[in-house]
Design a protein around this ligand. Structure first.
Ligand code: DGY
Length: 389
């Protein structure tokens, strides 16, 4: 049990170009919390955005805040992973008992996020507390279409397919988890958007007791326009999930508990998370001969459906089942950094997202989320069936 008079927790916000007023408000809220000894804002680079946050932090006097730039630690694109790993490395060398991570752009961050995580760590002794929250039915399309399906296919029967936000950046890590992650070379190498996925896998496979805590109001953050705004994230999360394929399988008996499912707030149920029309246009734009060649190597029926997009958008065919086969093909062929593979993988993901958006997402929030959950169970069952256990 933590002594409430002696704060020992650290709260970390990796940031890049987020709205400064939102970042500053989150720094203030975290630093005012009685369990929090220090707050770190880890900048993607020493640039104007970092200077702006630094100057905003100087006006916050609730508690100590340090603003510094991330180090180059990993071997992939330098992104959020270097930020989280910089904080993990420094936290492992310091005396903090717990480390919280939060995305800097959350617009409804308040002390209840910290309370919820601290309470689960205090009461249940959890080394890992992951925040889970409702999101619009057309938001979280990387989570639903890439990360969760691949975890279900690769790790059926373990805790991984059941986690609501496997690429969520909102979590609490106990001291042992911080030390283990800071010395994990696979985690440290993942300097890009794939970091959350590999941390999720690492903490589960190390067997740390894990809790999922519900944030009832959902996570409010800036939504998207055309989905190419999150192209790099989609591709890097795809690569990260594929990279786990031959890695340790978490034991199916690891200690795991979660808050019970809760209803989503009503405004979230009517939010459309991205611009559908402009996104459809991305299906036909700029096919290179190399990308076309890769699409030609897909299984016959699928190949023609995919290639039809060179002339006109076509995506109805990309059902959950067809997407499952597509992920299998990507799993054995996709090459991060290869322009043609990246373009094709992104386009295939768009086809899947658009097929779902224009069909099941129209059924209404609860039916749509129920459908998405069922797809994950089906991928898991399919993998069991093929003996991937
Ligand atoms: C996801 O899919 O969870 C990403 O945050 C993009 O919405």
């Amino acid at each position: 049990m933590t002594d409430p008079r002696r704060p020992t927790s650290l709260v970390v916000f990796p940031f890049k170009q987020e709205e400064v007023s939102v970042v500053a408000s989150n720094l203030r809220i975290a630093s005012a919390h009685e369990s929090v000894a220090e707050v770190w804002a880890v900048a993607a680079a020493e640039d104007a955005a970092m200077a702006a946050v630094q100057s905003a932090a100087e006006d916050i006097h609730e508690g100590p805040i340090r603003v510094f730039a991330q180090e180059r630690l990993g071997s992939l694109r330098s992104g959020k992973g270097d930020g989280m790993n910089t904080a993990l490395a420094r936290a492992a060398e310091s005396g903090f008992g717990r480390v919280h991570f939060y995305d800097a752009d959350i617009t409804n961050f308040d002390r209840s996020w910290i309370d919820g995580a601290e309470a689960a760590a205090d009461d249940g002794g959890y080394q890992v507390v992951r925040h889970r929250f409702p999101r619009a039915s057309t938001d979280a399309m990387i989570t639903w279409m890439i990360t969760r399906p691949l975890l279900a296919k690769q790790f059926p029967g373990t805790v991984l397919p059941s986690l609501g936000q496997p690429l969520g950046g909102e979590l609490l890590l106990g001291r042992s988890a911080v030390e283990a992650l800071a010395s994990d070379r696979f985690v440290r190498a993942r300097s890009d958007w794939g970091i959350d996925t590999v941390i999720t896998h690492a903490t589960a496979s190390l067997g740390f007791p894990m809790y999922e805590h519900n944030v009832l109001d959902g996570k409010r953050h800036a939504l998207y326009g055309r989905l190419d705004e999150i192209r790099a994230m989609a591709i890097e999360c795809l690569d990260a999930a594929i990279s786990l394929r031959d890695r340790a399988r978490p034991s199916s008996t690891g200690l795991f508990a979660a808050d019970p499912p809760a209803p989503a707030p009503s405004d979230l149920k009517h939010t459309v998370a991205y611009d559908v029309g402009p996104t459809i246009e991305l299906l036909t734009e700029g096919w290179s001969p190399e990308e076309q060649g890769l699409a030609e190597s897909f299984p016959a029926g699928l190949r023609d459906e995919i290639l039809a997009n060179i002339d006109a958008p076509s995506f109805d065919f990309m059902t959950a089942e067809v997407w499952g086969e597509t992920l299998d093909t990507l799993g054995s062929g996709f090459v991060l950094g290869d322009a043609a593979w990246e373009s094709l993988a992104f386009r295939l993901w768009l086809m899947r997202v658009l097929a779902y958006t224009t069909k099941e997402a129209l059924w209404g929030y609860d039916a749509a989320i129920g459908y998405l959950e069922q797809t994950i169970r089906d991928y898991e069952k399919g993998a069991d069936h093929h003996g991937h256990r």
